[in-house]
Design a protein around this ligand. Structure first.
Ligand code: FAD
Length: 394
């Protein structure tokens, strides 16, 4: 049986970045991706400036479809435009973006096997035996970056609760480049009037736009019809294929590690509940998993206790953002009209929204700036409402 210091499961941003950093740190690393690359991933392909900075390298020009410097928002029937001096957001095609990251991981010395998915993993003494559709391997450390349906997460017995899961539908609408330029330019379009507690969007790409709707799982059955109506309303082709996907928005209620194992990205539930941004937290958690892997490797300690530091590192790095993103979502869904009219009245809040994308403002500060404009009586009601956790088979 072939032996590795680290086996990374999943070649999305979390896995590719984890593998790139493990390889770069001199760990013998195997990256297993079950699909053949390039593989399709239902995603709007929005990369915030903050996420792009976390990559630590410039993205290849062929990967970036468009650099956007502002957002056009519809809220309470009114349109507001907010812009920055530089790019706040890039759009990418996930199949190319993810393949690019996996190839960079291979360049760092990681062994990359695409078309090879894991079907089982079990502890054997201090090591983990990983079984795939092709072979069996032995690893000191497994990084589970295998997305929402993560087999590695299920092996730890970790489940997402229903209130932690959001849902999005989306489609790619081909539009001639000149029309993308003239109608959308380098602006994202976000519509907060279209769906309760969520939003609809149009992200411009080079020769297409990605449109979608995201919100609560409980409302998701209506999303495909709503998306077609949204396309019609915006004069876009309604005959396109609609796809969907889950977004796990954990609030660190459960451990994201075990003996010899760490979870990263969607497998750990690291998605922003307010915007649905997951790539940024996939990248950061991938880097932190690699750092922890090296520390545990150096100490020769692969116990659950040794990996608990990984959870603390994630909580310190972006736990506050995920928690406050969930609070902002609660504000939006419970006091929708009130919060929206507050935002319409205060243009500074929209600047703050943009700054959360560039990383210049954290969510706590953004939440506080909304909160400051809300009467105490409404806030008290919000603080008294604690959603009940409920298990789901996810
Ligand atoms: C509709 C939609 C739109 C979104 N839009 C955005 C957006 O615009 N911006 C943003 O930041 N986030 C967005 N997200 C969230 C974002 O897509 C995820 O947070 C991000 O992809 C997480 O990266 P990851 O590497 O953790 O997982 P993934 O990207 O899901 O990658 C997991 C990988 O693991 C592989 N895998 C699964 N099982 C196995 C196995 N058994 N063995 C081996 N490999 C396996 C899969 O094939 C996959 O390649 C969106 C999500 C959805 C559903």
């Amino acid at each position: 049986m072939k032996r590795f210091d680290v086996i990374v499961v999943g070649g999305g941003p979390a896995g590719a970045i984890a593998a790139m950093h493990c390889g770069g740190r001199g760990l013998e690393t195997l990256l297993l991706e079950k699909a053949r690359l390039p593989r399709y991933k239902p995603c709007a392909g929005g990369l915030t400036a903050a996420a792009s900075r976390e990559l630590g390298f410039e993205l290849d020009g062929t990967v970036v479809e468009r650099s956007c410097s502002g957002v056009r928002i519809r809220i309470r029937g009114e349109y507001r435009t907010v812009t920055a001096d530089g790019p706040v957001f890039y759009t990418v095609r996930r199949e190319l973006f993810d393949e690019n990251l996996c190839r960079k991981a291979a360049d760092s010395g990681t062994v990359l096997h695409d078309g090879e998915g894991i079907s089982d993993l079990r502890r054997d003494g201090r090591k983990t035996v990983v079984t795939t559709n092709i072979d069996r391997y032995l690893a000191d450390i497994v990084i589970g970056a295998d997305g929402f349906h993560s087999l590695v997460r299920r092996s730890l017995g970790v489940k997402f609760t229903r209130d932690e899961i959001k849902f999005c539908v989306l489609c790619e609408v081909p539009v001639p480049e000149e029309m993308v330029n003239s109608r959308f330019g380098d602006m994202l379009q976000v519509d907060y009037d279209y769906v309760d507690g969520g939003y609809a969007w149009i992200f411009p790409k080079r020769e297409s736009v990605t449109c979608g709707i995201g919100g609560a799982l409980s409302d998701s059955k209506s999303f495909p019809d709503k998306l077609r109506r949204f396309l019609h309303m915006n004069g876009l082709d309604t005959g396109v294929r609609i796809k969907g996907g889950f977004l796990p928005t954990t609030r660190f209620r459960q451990p994201v590690y075990g003996d010899g194992v760490m979870l990263a990205g969607d497998a750990a539930g690291f998605v922003d509940a307010f915007t649905g941004e997951g790539i940024r937290f996939a990248i950061i958690s991938g880097k932190l998993a690699a750092k922890t892997a090296q520390e545990c490797h150096e100490r020769g300690d692969f116990s659950q206790e040794a990996f608990s530091v990984y959870q603390s590192c994630c909580e310190n790095a972006f736990g506050g953002d995920l928690v406050y993103a969930a609070r902002i979502t609660d504000l939006f869904s419970r006091f929708s009209e009130f919060v929206k009219s507050t935002i319409v009245k205060h243009s500074g809040l929209l600047k703050g929204y943009l700054k959360t994308m560039t990383g210049e403002m954290d969510y706590r500060t953004f939440f506080e700036s909304i909160k400051r404009r809300i009467p105490l009586v409404v806030l008290k009601r919000l603080l008294l409402l604690q959603p009940e956790a409920e298990d789901t088979p996810a």
